[in-house]
Design a protein around this ligand. Sequence first.
Ligand SMILES: C[S@@+](CC[C@H](N)C(=O)[O-])C[C@H]1O[C@@H](n2cnc3c(N)ncnc32)[C@H](O)[C@@H]1O
Length: 446
Amino acid sequence: MNTPATISYAGYPFDTRPEIERLIECYQRTGKAQEVSFRELVPWVKVGERATHYLHSYPAKLLPQIAHFFLAASNISEKGASVLDPFSGTGTVALEAILSGKSAFYADANPLARLITSVKTSVISLDSVREAYSRALQRYKKSRSSTPPDVINIAHWYEPQAIAQLCRLKAGIDTEIDGPVKDFLRVTFSSVVRKCSLADPRLSVPVRLKEYSGRRVKRKVSVLECFSEQFEANCKRMAEYISLERKYDAGNFVGSDARKLELSPGTPLPSGTIDLVITSPPYAGAQKYIRATSLSLGWLELVKSSQLRELEDQNIGREHIPKKIYESFIGTGIADADLVLESVYKENPLRAAIASTYLIEMKAALQEMHRVLRVGGRLILVIGNNIVCGKEFMSSEYLSAACQELGMSIELKLIDSIKSRGLMTKRNKTASLITREWVLVLRKDN
Ligand SMILES: C[S@@+](CC[C@H](N)C(=O)[O-])C[C@H]1O[C@@H](n2cnc3c(N)ncnc32)[C@H](O)[C@@H]1O
């Protein structure tokens, strides 16, 4: 690797331009995707904690080093540039964009993800947060609140004692005035909600822990102890964020659907205004973001249990597809994909329909990214390929074909092995674990 040139940002000490130019030159000379390790490309970024990245867990988070590598390159975007992640999850790209001195724009279908991103990217006074925390604990002591919110199958996921304590803590937090300080407590409470449940902490989607004979499963039932630990850890994270630079603007929220980016309901994000898109879209049927976060969505009253299914239906990559939709084969208009999907359809029409619907909806999202990008702007897509019914499903190839059709050209392809995205689960017998991540750098030509 070339020695990186320095740049003057606390969290961004080096310009990665020379390394990106070297990789582009190798890719264009050989036509082959370049194998890299993003952790090694930016060794000055510590593995693990950095600013507010770990404020809250979330499935399939992006490795911050991937965003960092591209945001640190002066040939990809300049200081002050506008950076969008339309599938922002918990805001890894938004946070890194802000740390690199750029404006962050984010969208996500999951209201919990949006709340976490908003807290992670806001500079929140720790004095105010500590005062609010003390007030919430005072109210907890006096609270008689015992009616839980609408949390799906609550009695299955919690012991009665945990429900009682969570209700009192929630009441203590809810009385605070709406705003970033309260949201900081709500995000902290959300982590506690999962930790104090009977769900197996090793899995992203809630599955009840089993008690094996002779081994009692250790559960954290002291809600207050858990909240106080999480609160202290989150304050440390916020303190580090503030220490990296003090003049941040929080991320700009641009909607809940990557296919329809808007500044406010009915006001689209203007065309040609974004300099750089960095995003890791969902995979076809590989993660269940709504189910994985259903306990928090209920406790925070972000979604009623009866609305969870409706919310899931807005998710690209979902697995629930009505039978009438796949009574006949669904073509995607991407020739190579349709060849594979036609043969999958003969074996398993549902799996073919999940993959076809995914590609059709991803094409709509790519079209929207293309619309908001300025000419000459870059789209960086981080995506994995998987196996559907024993057949290789090359999402990275199909999505890059769709981008080329929209008027984008491929500048670079990279491959990294996934140690990055947390909690990938082997979903069913016909799908395989995604182990490598493809990173595509595309440029909007017209
Ligand atoms: C791979 S995750 C992104 C993780 C993120 N990069 C992070 O580091 O936390 C994909 C995200 O796409 C979101 N998503 C699914 N369908 C969507 C849609 N139609 N519009 C916007 N976001 C969507 C999911 O809620 C999920 O948060």
